[in-house]
Write a protein that binds this ligand. Structure first.
Ligand code: NAD
Length: 512
């Protein structure tokens, strides 16, 4: 069991409707209601209130009103609230993992990992007084000093995906808030419960009302955020078509925007790889969280038929032990997919790979999960003989499906990766340092692992893909997070001595 979970999970009380948190108050007003499923059972567990434009505007107004006092709150005081928040997240770990499991389907050990990664971003945000230090130069000219400082943007918005309902929001608002901004968060409407719960914990930690507001909703709520003049910046994480829409709409409306999108993460398996280690690490990285991770390894590129055959043999053997099932059983390796529609989409990709000529070696399309027959399950699936022209290769599947592409050389493997429209994460399995160095130098991908399957940067680095996996110039969290949520201001100062008067200077000022 992950260390953050000190005791077995207790079922949470069932919430009937998940609403909003505006100006520190819980609100249930809805333009529409939408069902939220328990994907493990396939039953509707609760409903979510989808905000109207007017409700979103209220949230923005609350954030705008809270901004002046929050901007002027010393960074150390803002950070102190984050220290308390971290403690509350740890104290409530079991409850949070239960809520994630109930609405997302993640098994407790995986939910605990998500929470821990989120907490690490809160820890980093606690360093705000250090992170916000500016740059100072004395005597840039005679008697003239100059410094740069990092001021908050104002009201900023975050729009988050279903697959990390706790971690991805924690990539955003802890840093935005300690930098002095106020925030409106629009979580995924598919699993809004855990996101709202941790926002309530932050208020318990002492956050003043209006500094963080949560509005649940769909496109109507998102569009209200993207077009409102009071919102200065937008952070988005989700699929690439929506990321592109968010980026173009937000920037057309004059906002700073970072929009992180989808992925197709390849692992190159070199002929000299430590195959046993590669197989066990590929297992976790391909099937953990049902493959619903933007860093999941979904393509293994085997260099040479010999290693490809050995990989397929060992992998299919290891997959016999995979356990897919309900979130509530900690012995399961991974849980269901988020919705019935998504399960059907994943199965459709496996069907299409097969009909386009690939070979399904391990078939997870019809798993049996006794007692949970209506849950949205797909078992671990392994496909051999995938080629670059297949739909299942070109598009993101976002399910527990590992595809094997066979190539003859490392150059061919890298060409494949570099030609793909996505460039989020990648990994190479090799014992050859020269090959690994060549790979990390030349691969067109933002996050690279060398014998590391999920190279998700830790909280004090930044997270971001290349190509159509990220729209915008700055990555998420870490040092880029500080830059994204602040505006640089440079001040040049001189205090003329009393009685000294200078004439007008019409040439460009210089130090001479
Ligand atoms: P999604 O794009 O469907 O939804 C993300 C957010 O956008 C949600 O809050 C949703 O309400 C909103 N949204 C959806 N359709 C919209 C529309 N037409 N107009 C405006 N807003 C809209 O993504 P998802 O299915 O929730 O999440 C899975 C996707 O997120 C995958 O593609 C995955 O790779 C990606 N993801 C990327 C990263 C990353 O860091 N690059 C991290 C996690 C997930």
């Amino acid at each position: 069991m992950n260390s953050i979970l000190k005791e077995p999970l207790q079922p949470a009380a069932n919430t009937t409707i998940t609403g909003h948190l505006i100006n520190g108050q819980e609100r249930l007003d809805a333009a529409r209601l939408q069902d939220v499923y328990n994907p493990s059972t396939g039953e509707v567990g609760s409903q979510v209130a989808l905000a109207s434009k007017a409700t979103v505007e209220e949230a923005i107004a609350a954030a705008q009103a809270a901004f002046p006092a929050w901007r002027d709150t010393p960074p150390a005081k803002r950070a102190r609230i984050m220290f308390k928040f971290k403690q509350l997240l740890e104290d409530n770990a079991a409850r949070i993992c239960e809520l994630i499991g109930r609405e997302h389907g993640k098994i407790a050990h995986d939910a605990a990992g998500e929470l821990q990664r989120g907490i690490e971003n809160v820890e980093y945000a606690c360093a705000a007084p250090e992170l916000l230090k500016g740059e100072y130069t004395r005597n840039v000219g005679p008697g003239i000093d100059s410094w740069s400082e990092f001021q908050p943007m104002g009201v900023v918005a975050g729009i988050t995906p279903f697959n990390f309902p706790v971690m991805v929001p924690l990539w955003m608002y802890p840093m935005a808030l300690v930098c002095g901004n106020t925030f409106v968060l629009k979580p995924s409407e598919r699993d809004p419960g855990p996101t709202l719960f941790i926002a309530q914990l932050l208020h318990e930690a002492g956050l003043p009302p209006g500094v963080l507001n949560v509005v649940n909703g769909d496109k109507e709520a998102v569009d209200a955020l993207l077009t409102d003049k009071r919102v200065q910046a937008v952070s988005f994480v989700g699929s690439t078509p929506i990321a592109e829409y968010i980026y173009s709409t937000a920037t057309a409306n004059g906002k700073r925007c970072q929009a992180l999108g989808g992925a197709k993460n390849h692992a190159i398996v070199m002929p000299d790889a430590d195959l046993d280690n590669a197989v066990s690490s590929l297992l976790g990285a391909a099937f953990g969280s049902s493959g619903e991770r933007c860093m999941a390894l979904s393509v293994a590129v085997a260099v040479g038929d010999e290693i490809a055959d050995a990989l397929i043999a060992k992998m299919s053997q290891a997959m016999q032990a995979l356990k897919v099932g309900a979130f509530s059983d900690a012995n399961n390796d991974f849980g269901p997919l988020i919705t019935a529609q998504h399960r059907d989409k994943v199965v459709g990709f496996v069907d299409s790979a097969e009909s386009q000529g690939a070979r399904v070696v391990v078939d997870g399309r019809m798993p049996t999960v006794p007692g949970y027959e209506q849950g949205f399950y797909v078992g671990g699936t392994l496909i051999d003989g995938v080629t670059a022209d297949m739909d299942s290769y070109k598009q993101e599947i976002f399910g527990p499906v590992l595809q094997v592409v066979r190539v003859k050389t490392m150059d061919e493997a890298m060409q494949l990766i570099n030609d793909h429209e996505y460039g989020n994460g990648t990994c190479i399995y090799t014992r050859d340092g020269e090959a690994a160095r060549w790979f990390s130098d030349h691969v067109q991908v933002g996050m690279v692992g060398i014998n590391v399957p999920l190279p998700v940067p830790v909280a004090f680095h930044s997270f971001g893909g290349w190509k159509r996996s990220l729209f915008g110039d700055l990555s998420a969290y870490g040092p880029d997070g500080v830059r994204f949520y602040t505006r640089r201001k440079t001040i040049t100062q001189r205090w003329p001595s009393a009685g000294v008067r200078e004439g007008a200077v019409f040439s460009m000022p210089t130090m001479n």
